[in-house]
Write a protein that binds this ligand. Structure first.
Ligand code: UGA
Length: 429
């Protein structure tokens, strides 16, 4: 099939390259000419495991190309996915101006039937808005459909997630749109859930909010565990063994970050309020997430007494492993709070250093974890990268000024750390 992707960010690029790999012909479009130039030169603007190889292979084999022209995409593709960003406004409401802009550009270029699919995370009813906007600007009255096909890719495992989804959600309003999308998704093994557009939009927003709530719930329990001396890792294991609860997303830590959960939760709360429905539950999820960060700072203070003049080694900056994404990463807020207390920060992340250098001012960056820990008063674990789990802790101890580790992701065994002479603090145990 001929596919067009509008917006070549994380979602767009993975989706485009993924569909191309399944034998479709795909054009990925973006109005950022710099980005398209980079992609044409074989470079990916962000780090995502396996994506480079996937893009390169499909470009080489002639199924994937890049463009800055909406006109070219509309002429070429029967199915057009909208994958542009939907950032938050100050109020928490999603900013849909990029979607509107795309809708008008698509309408202007329509010459023949096209199926326009929203893949970006959008508030419920955006699809209908999209339909009305296209209809309004569609002077030649060309037939078209709008559908919603939310994506559930996670950064860091997006390529794997694309090929192995748990489910495929198709929000359609016509038999023609349903037929086209079912055909496109035929190679996938996952169950297909066909529904109306509003329900599909709701599924995506509600799923992200639910996952954020699951994390905040376990973080709240971790705070209680700390007070009474229970072990959150065991508690989560015990809870997660109940199939109704499930083990995933029960890792207590310094809170969730990234470009999706914080923004989607806020937008979901905004929708609830707009509908005159209480958003208290969703607000509490966010509040717990904020508290988790300030509690970590208090933990560091308690461990080291005064922070003024102390050198803290921060291991991990990205909002999660296998990504270089720092957007809304808990590490940023925590580092800023620690710097306000007068601490000196030496940081290392296996992947996010180039982006970190742009956003974290006054922080010193080290070449590797050992160098970051040299002469440090304490080491702080902020992202659970595998290479940190595999560190030689004996070497770490010899390099540090004081053997203090404050682990925000519970990656070490407290017994092992203590046996090796560390003063070790973690979350909820
Ligand atoms: C999330 C969803 O998981 C995807 O399904 C969705 O497609 C995506 O948002 C999106 O809307 O685009 P992502 O933000 O890439 O994916 O990352 P997650 O793996 O969900 O992690 C989010 C945050 O939660 C991270 O900061 C992670 O450290 C934190 N987390 C996750 C925990 O603190 N504990 C856990 O048990 C799990």
């Amino acid at each position: 099939m001929k596919i067009g992707i509008i917006g070549s960010g994380h979602v767009g690029l993975v989706t485009g390259a993924g569909f191309a790999d399944l034998g479709n012909e795909v054009i990925c479009m973006d109005d950022n000419a710099q980005k398209i130039k980079m992609l044409r030169r074989g470079r990916i603007p962000f780090y995502e495991p396996q994506l480079f190889e996937l893009v390169q292979k499909n470009e080489r084999e002639g199924r994937l190309s890049f463009s800055t022209s909406v006109h070219e995409v509309v002429r070429f593709a029967k199915i057009i996915f909208i994958c542009v960003g939907t950032p938050s406004r100050e109020s928490g409401e999603a900013d849909l101006s990029a979607i509107e802009h795309v809708a008008r550009a698509l309408a202007k270029n329509l010459e023949d039937y096209r199926l326009i699919v929203e893949k970006s995370t959008v508030p419920v009813e955006t699809g209908h808005q999209l339909y009305t906007t296209i209809k309004e600007s569609n002077r030649k009255k060309i037939a078209f459909d709008v559908a919603s096909n939310p994506e559930f890719l996670r950064e860091g495992s997006a390529v794997q997630d694309f090929f192995n989804p748990d489910r495929i959600v198709l929000g359609v309003e016509s038999a023609r749109a349903q037929k086209l999308l079912v055909e496109l998704y035929k190679p996938f093994k996952a169950p297909i859930l066909v529904t109306d557009m509003k329900s599909a939009e709701m599924i995506k927003h509600a799923s992200n909010s639910f996952l954020a709530a699951k994390i905040s719930f376990i973080n709240l329990v971790s705070q209680m565990c700390e007070e009474v001396g229970a072990d959150i890792v065991k508690v989560a294991e015990g809870m997660g063994s109940d199939r109704r609860i499930g083990k995933a997303f029960l890792n207590a830590g310094i809170g969730y970050g990234g470009f999706c959960f914080p923004k989607d939760l806020q937008a979901f709360a905004w929708i609830a309020e707009k509908l005159n429905i209480s958003s208290n539950f969703l607000k509490s999820v966010r509040e717990i997430n904020e508290t988790q960060k300030s509690k970590f700072v208090s933990k560091v203070k308690k461990a080291l007494w005064n922070l003024k003049g102390k050198t803290l080694c921060v291991l991990g900056l990205a909002f999660k492993p296998e990504t270089d994404d720092l957007r809304f990463a808990p590490s940023i807020d925590i580092i800023n709070q620690l710097r306000t207390e007068g601490a000196k920060i030496v940081a290392y992340d296996p992947c996010a250093m180039p982006s970190a250098k742009k956003v974290l001012k006054g922080v010193q960056f080290a070449k590797n974890a050992y160098e970051a820990c040299r002469r440090a008063d304490a080491a702080l674990i902020m992202t659970e990268w595998r290479e940190f789990r595999e560190l030689d802790i004996g070497r770490l101890k010899r390099l540090m000024k004081h053997p203090v580790v404050i682990d925000g992701r519970n990656i070490y065994d407290p017994l092992v750390m203590r046996r090796n002479g560390f003063r070790y603090y973690s979350i909820g145990r």
